[in-house]
Write a new protein. Sequence first.
Length: 151
Amino acid sequence: MAAYPLSVGEQVAAMKATWPQLLARNIDRRAQSVRWIGDVRPQHSRYTLEIRYRVGMAPQVRILTPVLVRLPDNVEGQLPHVYPPRDDPTLCLFDPENNEWNASMRIAETTVPWALDWLACYELWLMTGKWTGGGRHAGQPRIPSIEDRIQ
């Protein structure tokens, strides 16, 4: 049985049931797009997330507040695992080349937990200067995560 893309309505319902603090805004059923905004607190700090989604495209996650801190001399970059532009980055949450996300997946069950994990790794990176979340930068081999190294 082939997986089918979930509609905006299905994504909105799943998000409301799982993450009620992330409020759907700008729902456009004709364009099959939606934007969620809300606060999360993965570890120490509170963040306001914005998730933008259009059926058939990968969700885009931004941190609206607080402004993400950059470490200018960090070997992994000033702010690792984000996509440009520099002044408004989106989080790199999965590897599109490895088909880690598709439109049949619920954003509430994938993207939001991945964003919380990214934020936890970000907070640790601010303290240690080391990115522990795994992944890879475009054109580079995948960096193993802590979980990969334990196995």
